[in-house]
Design a protein around this ligand. Structure first.
Ligand code: MSP
Length: 477
């Protein structure tokens, strides 16, 4: 048994949750449920990133006090996580007083690597990031991710000496001490590290007050990323508590756009604090809509609540975990979602459960409580575990689904209804027991991805087996 600590990126609360946020949560949740299934002890953080310029401006625009605005939205995110049936053990808000105090202590401990300097350059408030002159020029002065012109900033603020840690970080990434997944992202990060200047880690209060105050300097607040990245350890109690039970993290889940912060600033902070580096940073791709980046101006933003209300949380999780590749960009279309629901969830899984349970009842076969318990107790298949250990979640889900389809084929081939008609009782019993066992075993894998449906299946296949009154996934076409 191992202790496994899993983290998710904490979203900015300047809007409602979007489909991209669901990706972090679902992937991390699957990893958490898998680890619990193989007997590990899991701690699983989620939270909200509540400071910084863009949140402050948004609250101002709406004429709402910023504290109220972030509190309301943080609640919306918590509700969203619950709806997605995410099994997080912790939820941290960066405006929590404990977090703020701990971040200030982190700053103090990093102070040997922090110096004050004059900054002149370009900033994107969408990314909450300074860009180099070269990057600004290459992008024609406009951030490609946010379609916003870079702002020219000229101010005095604090810098963090990344240079002191660069070599050590490069070594850790190259040797997989800190594994960056997928492999092609690792190469990108190593390239970025070649040219990573020291980062500005504060803003003058004349420009921004909505942040954690820099200790002993009332003229500055911390850069939002220093505050945000720290959440992964402040939530464990650092620096007040010994966090060695959980740190280093087993896996940190992030989107591709924020890998740069997690593979440069974050490890530099950890090294500065004398803490170990996370074991894996798993980087997922983006969800696209009809092949394009989702954007409010194109009007192709898919609202996760619409997807959830269409066929419920299991269908949502099924689609995003099986049909969206774990690591590369994937396309969402309503048509694909509907097809997956009807052809796979309703036909493959729903029908399998219905057919087998009905046959068992008709042929009056009793499995016996002991046998059902025995089937439940077995281990997960090795091949499945290997895929999960390599973070190949969509492939692991495919593996489970092939088993579902295999059981359907088995029914078609063995034709239990003919066995019943011909009075071949012993053969019929064998066939049904093998199907029941198959369902119970595959369901252990399904429970990792679609826990709600798996729970219902578990209840159906408990002695005495009764077919569900309503189909698990009612067909819509
Ligand atoms: N607040 C920072 C993260 C700080 S972590 C210490 C942030 N917030 S965010 O709200 O912009 O993004 C949160 C997560 O959602 C990130 O992992 C990001 O990559 C992910 N996604 C945002 N849009 C996405 C898609 N369209 N598709 C998939 N994920 C994307 O960055």
């Amino acid at each position: 048994m191992k202790n496994v600590y899993i983290t998710t990126a904490i979203p900015y609360v300047n809007g409602a949750p979007h489909i991209g946020h669901a990706m972090d949560y679902c992937l991390a949740d699957v990893f958490a449920r898998y680890n619990k299934a193989v007997g590990n002890k899991v701690r699983f953080q989620a939270g909200t990133d509540e400071h910084g310029n863009k949140i402050f401006k948004k609250a101002e625009e709406l004429g709402v006090p910023v504290e109220e605005y972030v509190a309301e939205n943080a609640q919306v995110f918590q509700d969203f996580i619950k709806t997605l049936e995410v099994s997080n053990t912790d939820f941290i808000r960066t405006t929590d007083a404990e977090h703020e105090r701990r971040v200030q202590e982190i700053w103090r401990r990093l102070s040997p690597y922090i110096y004050k300097n004059k900054y002149e350059g370009w900033y994107c408030s969408g990314c909450e990031r300074f860009v180099t002159d070269k990057e600004c020029e290459e992008n024609g002065g406009v951030c490609p991710d946010h379609q916003k012109a870079y702002e020219k900033l000229s101010e005095e603020n604090y810098y963090f000496r990344i240079a002191d840690f660069k070599e050590r970080i490069r070594e850790a990434i190259s040797s997989n001490e800190m594994r960056i997944l997928p492999e092609f992202r690792k190469k990108e990060v190593l390239k970025l590290l070649e040219d990573s200047p020291d980062v500005s880690v504060s803003r003058p209060t004349s420009q921004l007050t909505w942040g954690v105050p820099v200790p002993d300097d009332p003229t500055q607040v911390m850069y939002v990323w220093i505050d945000a990245l720290s959440n992964y350890i402040t939530v464990l109690g650092y620096p007040d508590a010994d966090i060695s039970e959980w740190w280093p993290a087993t896996a940190q889940f992030v989107g591709k756009d924020i890998l740069r912060f997690h593979a440069m600033i974050w490890p530099a902070m950890l090294l500065g604090l004398g803490l170990a580096l996370p074991k894996t940073i798993a980087t997922h791709g983006f969800i696209l809509a009809d092949g394009q980046k989702m954007s409010k101006s194109i009007g192709n933003v898919v609202n996760p609540m619409d997807v959830l209300s269409k066929h419920g949380v299991d269908a949502f999780r099924y689609f995003f975990l099986r049909h969206m590749d774990t690591f590369s960009d994937s396309d969402f279309t309503w048509e694909k979602f509907e097809d997956a629901y009807n052809n796979e969830l309703a036909n493959d899984l729903g029908n399998l459960v219905q057919r087998v349970a009905t046959l068992v009842r008709k042929s009056m076969i009793s499995v016996g409580a002991d046998l059902a318990v025995k089937y439940r107790g077995g281990e997960l298949p090795r091949e499945f575990c290997m895929l999960m250990d390599n973070f190949e979640f969509s492939k692991a889900f495919d593996f489970a689904w092939e088993k579902v389809q295999g059981l359907n084929r088995q029914i078609d081939e063995e034709k239990p209804w003919s066995l019943a008609k011909n009075g071949e009782t012993e053969k019929l019993r064998e066939c049904m027991l093998s199907l029941i066992r198959g369902i119970i075993e595959v369901n252990k894998m399904l429970a990792i991805f679609i826990p709600g449906a798996a729970e219902k299946i578990d209840a159906i296949f408990t002695d005495p087996i009764e077919p569900p009154e309503e189909p698990l996934f009612p067909k819509t076409k």
